[in-house]
Design a protein around this ligand. Structure first.
Ligand SMILES: [Zn+2]
Length: 182
């Protein structure tokens, strides 16, 4: 695959079931020999069937909640590598009303690399936990610097790795301070 011409678009309903894929989605699945991911094969499947590691699930659930409740559009960089290509991509997550959400993914840049076995490296064991505030959902990027989840994902490059560290729930200083004031 040389490049992706159009955006890959898919949508979920209010219960997180996949309800729409554009033609580019199917092209992308075919070019990656992922025929099991062609739209007609996964229509009405839950997106959670396709996100396995707990940290990544948690991040996506928090992002989805934010998009739905704040009716805001989030833009996030991520990687979608194949054994021979590094694909730098960007994802928009848009609220569509009635709890439906649209994902739009576009290619930013592609680099060829020596083919490597997928899923090698990025071991999860022993990594430090990501700290998320239970109240405001901000994430500590280190040294007690708390950022909105979408900014923390960019700063830490969380979606550039195969897996996400586990998440520990805590309270950021700002929220802790707010409670003390009351
Ligand atoms: Zn907080």
């Amino acid at each position: 695959m040389k490049h992706m011409r159009n955006e890959v678009v898919y949508r979920i309903d209010q219960n997180d079931f996949l309800i729409f894929f554009n033609a580019e989605w199917n092209l992308f699945a075919e070019e990656n020999d992922s025929f099991h991911l062609i739209g007609e094969n996964i229509w009405k499947r839950s997106i959670w069937d396709f996100i396995h590691d707990r940290g990544t699930r948690h991040l996506h659930a928090t992002l989805l909640h934010k998009v739905r409740s704040d009716r805001t559009i989030l833009r996030l960089p991520f990687r979608c590598d194949s054994p021979a290509l590094r694909r730098f991509m960007e994802m928009d997550i848009l609220p569509m009303g009635e709890g439906r959400v649209e994902y739009r993914c576009r290619m930013i840049k592609i680099e060829e690399r020596e083919p490597v076995p997928m899923l090698a490296g990025d071991a999860t064991g022993g990594e430090s936990l990501l700290r998320m505030c239970s109240w405001c959902k901000k994430v500590d990027v280190g040294d007690n610097s708390w950022f909105e989840i979408e900014d923390a994902i960019k700063i830490l490059g969380l979606f550039f790795k195969g897996t996400t560290p586990g998440i520990s729930h805590t309270m950021c200083e700002e929220c802790a301070g707010g409670l003390e004031d009351k």
